[in-house]
Design a protein around this ligand. Sequence first.
Ligand code: AMP
Length: 473
Amino acid sequence: MTFETLGLSPALLRALSQEGYTEPTPVQREAIPLVLAGHDLLAGAQTGTGKTAAFSLPLLHRLYPDGKRPPDAKRFRALVLTPTRELAAQVHDSIRAYGRFCGVSSTVVFGGVGMGPQIDALRRGVDILVATPGRLIDHLERRGVDLGHVEALVLDEADRMLDMGFLPQLKRILAVLPKQRRQTLLFSATFSDPIKDLARQFMREPVEVQVARRNSAATAIEHRVHPVDSARKKDLLLHLLAADSRRQTLVFSRTKHGADKLVKHLVQFGVRAAAIHGNKSQGARTRALGDFKTGAITVLVATDIAARGIDIDQLPLVINHDLPMVAEDYVHRIGRTGRNGSDGQAVSLVSHDETGLLRDIQRLLGREIPLEPVAGYEPSSPLQLSCAAGNARPVQKPQQRGQRPAGRGGQPAGRPAHAKPGHGSGKPSHGKGKPGASRGAHGGGRPRLTDDGRPGRRDAGAASAPKPMTWGR
Ligand code: AMP
């Protein structure tokens, strides 16, 4: 199947060929005909599947028949809601790219930046509005936008919007949209009960489509868990990063404060790193993401919420410095690696206080991830993980489709933990300028960076580590 056979307008086909898209992804193949036919759509697909084009292309086709804007068309005919500013900006960029030969008129509004330019853009009016719920409510309260002519509503990453507590805002927005003749498209990684409730309340006989991730057959994620004392996590992280200092790595921290502290530590040791989280200004977030994409920084430390929906292609490595509090977030986190058909690694540093969280993750995945201590960073006592994954309650996750059996292909290349620490001293081998003050200067709370008298270092590869688990998506 091609984009031509899907019946998209020549203006869109031209833009797609400029984008270098040769054929539709599975979600595009399934969703585009349904949206063109006017159905409401409940789509199980997440970032990386090509979902943005799956809703944008048929919407653009409908808004701009024959590749141009009908002269008598009203303003604000399509509204796209996303959970985060980054995703809103990204979706808006895609809509502008796909619609560039249709004379698309669109704007994006999100919080964290001044209202002024947004007020002006809304006053002028556009056909497609992309927004985060909170900022859109601000504009609605100021009567700065009239959504009375919206023909199509997209709820992108609906599960995340609900996770982030946006349900009241969504309901307020839905209350001002036309009820009749409105087409609603809901995209979500999971179909939890609250999502189904939302669909029942606000959609008309939605057609459901479920897709595996893009290039699922060719993509494999290798999961590794390194048990470690929490005080030594930062050092282990440096050690892992040192294995390939040019590799782009997304590191997850549970808290904003933790993310900042981690970046400070990494930068001290010569790692080019920046943090992205909700307390950062929009400018700082955009800059950090841009620097990461261009390679100006190699490590991006993110909180779960900030990382949602970020599209970063072919990220080889995701490291969970902390496990997420909610097991589902693990699945979202690892969705950042192994994309576009390339294999990826998801590495988690797990301390004693996180064994319960690890068990939750194993339960959710329905399988065990073996513990692999890294030589020189072994925890002071073994982690207790009594709950076998075999007893796990089965959980249906859309992204589990197309799984391969564990252990495919044996030991993959590029294991992260093999670089020997500098001069056998246990120092992370990043950066030359290790500050002398770092050793004990801050008392017992500070992780020790030099040899702590543990048994002699071995290459982690020499340890009889269990085989990592690998599966396709
Ligand atoms: P999304 O899931 O919408 O975040 O898209 C993930 C990535 O896939 C983006 O970088 C898109 O530009 C890209 N993409 C979407 N559809 C296609 C396609 N049909 N062919 C190639 N790349 C695509």
